[in-house]
Ligand binder design. Structure first.
Ligand code: ZN
Length: 196
């Protein structure tokens, strides 16, 4: 895991003092071509790539939240072994391989905040608003959004840069994050316009 301290986090212009970070959640081989695939996982890759490249351009920090399971993780009882630490399935898809300044958070359950340094890193960087991408919308994206909400972060979810196993699950996830956590549901194009 490579951890980089950013001296400066760009303020992006949304007319306020928002300091953004991007989350790329579980865009791992396991969830795209492995045992627990998300239906539109392949089709959202270009949108995530566009967002990440823009973020790199503007020195907005990019966090990759990645399953890296070990024997005994409670979730394995539900889903069976998947994205096991060090396996091929636990690797980020080639198109989105993290760059040296990106921060990779290995997680053991749905949320990226549980027993990880994620919150501490976000606070170090002064992040106030998290832009969510990745899979699955109603599982790891939604649970990471819940934890972000509990900790006081504003949340944006990019609807065409997230995906789930079915359209129903995708929509349910978006609706839950909107109604319970006050998430703004936006499209890739709209989010790019925040990055002036
Ligand atoms: Zn998992």
């Amino acid at each position: 895991m490579k951890i980089i301290n950013f001296a400066i986090v760009n303020r992006l212009d949304e007319g306020d003092d928002m300091k953004y970070a991007i989350f790329v959640i579980d865009m791992l081989k396991e969830f795209i071509e492995g045992s627990i695939p998300a239906k539109d996982a392949k089709t959202i890759i270009p949108n995530i790539k566009t967002i990440v490249e823009k973020a790199h351009d503007k020195s907005v920090p990019v966090f990759y939240l990645c399953d890296a399971h070990e024997e005994g993780d409670p979730e394995l009882k539900i889903w069976g072994p998947h994205a096991m630490k060090g396996s091929e399935g636990a690797k980020v898809v080639d198109e989105l391989t993290p760059k040296s300044n990106d921060i990779v958070i290995e997680k053991k359950t749905y949320t990226g905040f549980f027993n990880t340094p994620l919150d501490e890193k976000l606070k170090e960087l002064g992040v106030s608003s998290i832009i969510m991408t990745g899979i699955h919308t109603h599982i790891c994206v939604q649970h990471s959004a819940a934890d972000a909400f509990y900790r006081g972060y504003d949340i944006i979810v990019i609807e065409d840069a997230t995906a789930a196993a079915t359209d129903v699950s995708h929509k349910q996830g978006l609706e839950t994050m909107k109604s319970l956590y006050g998430a703004k549901i936006m499209k890739t194009e709209e989010v790019l316009r925040l990055f002036k």
